[in-house]
Design a protein around this ligand. Structure first.
Ligand code: SAM
Ligand code: SF4
Length: 344
């Protein structure tokens, strides 16, 4: 099928990547993602249906979207997810499907997900100390996640990426332990700067500090291209792989990435659109504005859906406003939503 008009925002950026939050529900309660008191969940019948998701992906794939990430909440708590992945994998034009999961249920689903067409996976892990892991997630078991990571490797997911959010005074003493863990299991480890979304209060550890800590411990830690064996010809900054700057070691097997929403500057290349669990399009993680797309999707008029998306894309801002908000000390109150509904 011929590709139709691409989706281009007012700054010339083409939208090629859709992140889909399939549920706001989760089997964990991570301290940096949800308040301890719990959150009010979307009614079951208001959660976007698989049918509507597929309709949207179909339409977007005709307009240049080729990359999909499934996230949540915890995507694996939604029933029938394997079927959704299988159907997305069949859509012409979709070249890359990945998922972000807390890994708790991977023991049950790893091989059926792989067979459905999911080949890449990100597993979140914020401590490799059992008791601390339990404190951060308020309920989870580290053993389940570690078993999930090992099984993901064994099943053939490639790469298996580990997402680690560093929070001062909570897990920043584990940076070197995490690196050693990634080396032992040949993982692609990504340190993510904590974002004060949804009123959570904690101090982020900026990527520069983490990078320097690793550098002082490992002599062969150096910037790499996406492939762990490839060293870029120049530059000490690390090369961007999506929003992550990549580093590696002489072994050519382990990748350490830094995702720096606070200290980095990747908005200029932003190619993302987010679909929330309630069926809204969101243009940026850092702006609360969302636009209902679920209702028009149900009218079965692809052209009207595309026209609406085109109009929404024109509202995408050039960059996030975190730094200005932070200077005015508005950061804590600046987003009304919690990460579980948006999907990170
Ligand atoms: N439940 C899945 C998981 O935890 O991997 C997927 C959803 S979770 C919202 C997606 C990613 O967002 C996770 O890697 C999580 O660590 C990250 N995240 C959640 N809250 C965050 C925050 N306040 N700052 C930075 N990253 C955050
Ligand atoms: Fe659940 Fe993921 Fe949020 Fe943790 S980060 S509470 S696992 S959605």
């Amino acid at each position: 099928m011929e590709e139709l008009k691409p989706l281009i925002d007012n700054f010339g950026r083409q939208i090629t990547y859709l992140r889909i939050s399939v549920t706001d529900r989760c089997n964990l309660r991570c301290v940096y993602c949800m308040p301890g008191s719990g959150i009010s969940l979307i009614n079951h019948d208001e959660v976007i249906s698989y049918e509507d998701i597929l309709r949207l992906v179909n339409i977007l794939s005709n307009h240049g979207v080729n990359k999909i990430r499934i996230t949540g909440g915890e995507p694996l708590v939604r029933k029938g997810l394997t079927g959704l992945i299988e159907n997305i994998a069949r859509i012409r034009g979709i070249e890359d499907i990945s998922m972000t999961t807390n890994g708790i249920l991977l023991k049950k689903y790893a091989s059926e997900l792989y067979n459905a067409g999911l080949k890449r996976i990100n597993i979140s892990l914020d401590s490799i100390k059992e008791e601390r892991f339990c404190r951060i997630t308020r309920t989870g078991s580290l053993k389940d996640v570690l078993a999930g990571i090992k099984l993901a490797k064994k099943t053939g997911f490639n790469p298996v990426k580990i997402n680690t959010v560093l929070i001062r005074g909570i897990n920043d003493d584990e940076i070197i332990d995490f690196v050693n863990f990634a080396k032992e299991f040949e993982l692609n480890l990504r340190f993510i700067e904590y974002m004060p979304i949804g009123g959570n209060i904690a101090e982020a550890v900026l990527s520069k500090e983490t990078e320097e800590k690793i550098m002082s411990e490992f002599d062969d830690f150096r910037p790499i291209k996406g492939n762990p064996a490839e060293i870029p010809p120049s530059g000490k900054e690390g090369v961007y792989d999506g929003v992550s700057r990549s580093f590696g070691f002489k072994d050519g097997k382990t990748v350490i990435g830094f995702i720096s929403p606070l200290s980095g500057h990747f908005c200029g290349d932003c190619n993302r659109l987010r679909l929330t669990a309630s069926g809204n399009l969101r243009l940026c993680l850092f702006y609360d504005n969302e636009y209902n797309i679920k209702n028009i999707l149900r009218q079965n008029d692809d052209e009207a859906v595309f026209k609406k998306i085109e109009d929404i894309i024109k509202l995408k801002r050039f960059k996030h406003n975190f730094n200005e908000k932070a200077k005015k000390k508005e950061s804590i109150l600046w987003a009304n939503d919690f990460m579980n509904g948006i999907g990170g």
